[in-house]
Design a binder for this molecule. Structure first.
Ligand code: LLP
Length: 446
C-alpha cells in the first residue's frame, strides 16, 4: 500500500513512471523502491532506539521473504543481520556483503554440509529445532575442531491467529521444541563439548496483525530463560522471531512497527540479554509490486476474465493461500480508487448478465494468468475499466513474491528492477527460455 503516487500520466514509484518501466524492461516485472525498503528498515531501528534497545538489538532480515542480492546488499549496508534457512541463503548473504557474525540459521532440517558451511563462515547462532539436530551439530562442530553457538527454538503452543499454512507456534506444528522438553534439552546441550548455549528463539507465525500472541509467547520464553539462569545456563540473547503483518487491503490495517513491538519490548526492557528480531514481510512486502499487462479480455456469461501476462508461477500467494493483493491500473488518467467501495458495487451487481459496476466503464473482472490451472488467479471480483494492453500493478508483492516464483509451464521468471529516486536499476534480468532447460539432457541414442 502507498508505494505508488498517482500523476496525470499514470502511477509512479519515486521519480519513475511505471509505464516507462514496462516499456524498458517488459512485463511481468517486479518493481521495488529503495526508499521504501530503507524506510521499512528505519521503522524497526527507530522503534527499537526509542524503547532503549538501540545498542542491544540485532535486526536479522528473514532472507526467505525476498532473497534478491540487491535487497540483501541494501540491508547489509544499513547494518542488518540476516535470518537464513539454507546453505543457499548463507551463500547469497555472504555474496551480498552480509556479515557472518550477524547471521542466525533457522530451519527444522539443516544438512551436515550446511552446518559445516555456517560454522566455517562463523555465524552468530544456530536456531536448533530438535534433539537430533543438537547431536548432529555437536558432531559436525567436533569434526571441525570448533564450538557451535546455539539457541533452541521453542514451540510455545500459542495460536497466532493467521492462515494455517503460515502458523508455526502450535503444538501440532513441525517447528520448534515443545516447551515441556526444552529445559532438559538445554541441560543436555550445555553438557555437549562442541556446543555453546547462547540464546532462545521463538517464531509463532507470519502475517500477524495483533502482537498479543507473540507477547504471550514471550512470557513463556522469558520464564524458561529465568529457569535456565538459575540452573547456571545463562543466555546472552533472546530471539523473538519475525511475523509482523503488513496491510494488504484498505479495510485491514496493520499496526506500526512501534505499536506491534511495544508489548513485546515492554517485557524485555528490564533484562540484559541482546534482542534478535527476524522480520521478513514487514521489511519488503509493501516496498514492491508486480507489474503486468492485460493480454486478453474474455467476457463471459458467469464471469469476465482478464488474462494478464503474470501468473501463479510469478506470484503464488493468491493460489496457495487465497491471499489478497490489491490490483490497480497504472496508465494515464487511471487514478486508483479505494477498492472497498468498488468491490461493494461489484458484488451488488454480480450475477447480472452485464456484470457492470455502478461506475461508468467498470466491470467486474477475474484477474488470471495464462497457466493451465483453475487456481491460477491473481485477484477475484475486481472492479476495473480494462482494455487489452493495459498495465496493472499487483501491490504488496515485495515479500514472498519473486522468492516463491517458479518456472511452472516453462515460464521464464520475471525481471526485477529497483527504483532509486529518478534512476531505475535492473537487479535481475528476465530469464530466457533456453536457460530453463539448459541443465537437462535427453537419453543417449539407442
Ligand atoms: N523467522 C522464521 C523462523 C520464519 O519461519 C519466518 C517465516 C520468518 C522469520 C519471517 O517471517 P515474516 O516476518 O516474514 O512473517 N510464504 C508465506 C510466508 C511464510 C513465512 C515462513 N516463515 C506467505 O507468502 O505469506
Amino acid at each position: 500500500m502507498h508505494l505508488t503516487t498517482s500523476y496525470p500520466d499514470g502511477l509512479y514509484i519515486e521519480g519513475i513512471a511505471l509505464t516507462d518501466i514496462a516499456t524498458r524492461f517488459g512485463t511481468p516485472c517486479y518493481v521495488y523502491s529503495r526508499a521504501a525498503l530503507a524506510a521499512a528498515y528505519s521503522g524497526y531501528r527507530n522503534a527499537l532506539d526509542a524503547q532503549g534497545f538501540g545498542n542491544r538489538a540485532l535486526i536479522c532480515y528473514a532472507v526467505k521473504a525476498n532473497a534478491s542480492l540487491a535487497i540483501l546488499n541494501l540491508f547489509a549496508n544499513l547494518g542488518a543481520g540476516f535470518d537464513i534457512v539454507s546453505g543457499g541463503e548463507l551463500a547469497r548473504v555472504l555474496a551480498a556483503g552480509g556479515k557472518a557474525e550477524k547471521i542466525v540459521f533457522s530451519g527444522v532440517g539443516k544438512s551436515r554440509a550446511e552446518m559445516r558451511a555456517a560454522l566455517a563462515a562463523g555465524i552468530h547462532c544456530f536456531n536448533v529445532e530438535s534433539a537430533s539436530e543438537l547431536t548432529q551439530l555437536n558432531a559436525v562442530a567436533g569434526e571441525l575442531g570448533t564450538c557451535a553457538p546455539i539457541s533452541l527454538r521453542v514451540n510455545p503452543n500459542v495460536d497466532p491467529k493467521t492462515h494455517p499454512y503460515i502458523s508455526t507456534g502450535l503444538k501440532d506444528a513441525k517447528f520448534g521444541i515443545a516447551m515441556d522438553a526444552a529445559f532438559a534439552l538445554y541441560q543436555h546441550a550445555a553438557s555437549l563439548p562442541h556446543l555453546a548455549v547462547k540464546g532462545i528463539d521463538c517464531h509463532i507465525g507470519s502475517q500477524l496483525l495483533d502482537p498479543a500472541p507473540a507477547a504471550e509467547a514471550m512470557d513463556k520464553v522469558l520464564a524458561l530463560a529465568d529457569q535456565l539462569a538459575v540452573a547456571h545456563i545463562p543466555l546472552t540473547h533472546i530471539d523473538v522471531g519475525g511475523g509482523m503483518g503488513i496491510q494488504y487491503q484498505p479495510d485491514k490495517p496493520a499496526p506500526t512497527v512501534a505499536d506491534y513491538l511495544a508489548p513485546i519490548l515492554a517485557k524485555l526492557s528490564d533484562r540484559h540479554e541482546q534482542l534478535v528480531l527476524e522480520p521478513g514481510r514487514s521489511l519488503v512486502g509493501n516496498a514492491g509490486l508486480l507489474l503486468t499487462q492485460v493480454m486478453v479480455l474474455k467476457p463471459g456469461e458467469e464471469k469476465n476474465f482478464a488474462i494478464v501476462d503474470a501468473a501463479m508461477n510469478d506470484l503464488m500467494r493468491p493460489a496457495l493461500y487465497d491471499a489478497f493483493h490489491e490490483i490497480v491500473k497504472v496508465g494515464a488518467g487511471d487514478t486508483p480508487q479505494s477498492f472497498e467501495s468498488d468491490r461493494r458495487e461489484c458484488r451488488a451487481v454480480s450475477g447480472k448478465p452485464s456484470w457492470r459496476t455502478a461506475k461508468h466503464d467498470e466491470q467486474c473482472w477475474e484477474i488470471v494468468g495464462p497457466v493451465c490451472e483453475s487456481g491460477d488467479f491473481l485477484g477475484h471480483d475486481r472492479a476495473l475499466a480494462l482494455a487489452e494492453g493495459d498495465l496493472l500493478a499487483i501491490l504488496s508483492a515485495g515479500a514472498y513474491g519473486m522468492a516463491m516464483a517458479s518456472n511452472y509451464n516453462t515460464r521464464p521468471r520475471a525481471a526485477e528492477v529497483m527504483v532509486d529516486g529518478d534512476q531505475v536499476h535492473l537487479i535481475r534480468r528476465r530469464e530466457e527460455v533456453a536457460e530453463l532447460f539448459a541443465l537437462e539432457s535427453v537419453l543417449p541414442a539407442g
